[in-house]
Design a protein around this ligand. Structure first.
Ligand SMILES: C[S@@+](CC[C@H](N)C(=O)[O-])C[C@H]1O[C@@H](n2cnc3c(N)ncnc32)[C@H](O)[C@@H]1O
Length: 287
């Protein structure tokens, strides 16, 4: 979705915002200070870039951009991000990654948890019904071939999770960061004797899942609304699954320690986590 693409735009790119620095540039351009011409040219270029970004986004939101243009613009943004992430040598790259990993240990489990809720998770479910597949899977799908539809790709991925997490009927299952319940509801329908507990951070997500359970006459799903970074409980599960929630987290050591307390001796944890193969960086807001 555009908002998720937006998460990955580099900090220094100005997307249609008038920055505080610009009036200063223009004031300097009016004086005879050395370099004033260059600064004025930079300010003009920045304004042109902002205007172009604004009209491209407006056209995108009105569905006026052909897919080929949207694809091209997306690739440009991705290429820009890759240029910032790759360092000149492998040792530097590794050092950078290790520094990043160690820095996470000094952070809380999650930060700015309310921002994600206002940006995505508490938006009206009707919006997500328009842009997601039938299962409202808010994470990657699996397209085994070019002709798969979104619905087929959702199911293909949900099936793969069941297989790889070694699910069996009768197990107790915890779905951490369950979203609109794509996997929780899928498991509840497939394995009628499983008890599924989902944790999400949004009341609209819980309401949608409960509506699904009523429609499908499922009584084996319980949804808890909580911020996982603060949540504690005295329960344990045969399987714990987390699909694309770890991206929101910072201190994985503390998170995994917490999750381990909800596991039995022979429980398994299955995590689907998307990341770049070479480097990592924090979520970067545009403000
Ligand atoms: C990218 S969505 C994935 C949703 C779902 N697993 C799926 O595949 O459709 C990430 C989900 O993580 C959950 N989440 C994010 N931050 C959380 C937090 N701090 N506490 C609890 N849940 C959180 C929300 O439910 C959100 O919908």
């Amino acid at each position: 979705t555009p908002s998720r693409l937006g998460c990955h735009q580099p900090k220094h790119v100005n997307h249609g915002k008038q920055t505080a620095a610009q009036p200063k540039f223009l004031a300097a351009a009016g004086s005879r200070a050395p370099g004033a011409g260059k600064m004025a040219a930079a300010a003009v270029a920045a304004r042109a870039y902002e205007a172009a970004s604004r009209s491209a986004l407006a056209a995108l939101e009105r569905n006026l951009l052909p897919d080929a243009v949207t694809r091209r613009l997306t690739r440009l943004l991705l290429a820009q991000r890759l240029r910032l992430g790759y360092l000149p040598s492998a040792p530097l790259q590794l050092q950078d990654l290790l520094l990043f990993a160690h820095s996470l240990e000094g952070m809380p489990i999650a930060i700015e948890t309310d921002t994600a809720k206002t940006q995505h998770y508490e938006l009206p479910t009707t919006f997500f019904k328009l842009v997601l597949g039938k299962n409202l899977k808010y994470s990657s799908c699996y397209f085994p071939d070019d002709s798969s539809t979104l619905e087929d790709a959702e199911v293909a991925m949900l099936e793969l999770y069941c297989e790889r997490a070694q699910l069996q009927d009768g197990q107790s299952i915890l779905d951490v960061g369950c979203g609109w319940g794509s996997l929780s509801v899928y498991i509840a329908k497939k394995y009628r004797n499983c008890n599924i507990t989902g944790i999400c951070n949004s009341t609209t997500q819980k309401a949608f899942i409960e509506e699904q359970c009523r429609e499908n006459e499922l009584s084996n799903v319980e949804i808890i609304v909580a911020d996982i970074s603060k949540f504690e409980m005295e329960r344990s599960f045969d399987r714990i699954i987390s699909i694309e929630m770890f991206e929101h987290m910072k201190n994985y050591k503390a998170l995994l320690k917490k999750i381990s307390r909800w596991m039995k001796e022979d429980s398994l944890l299955f995590v689907h986590y998307f990341c770049h193969k070479t480097f990592a960086y924090h979520f970067e807001g545009q403000e």
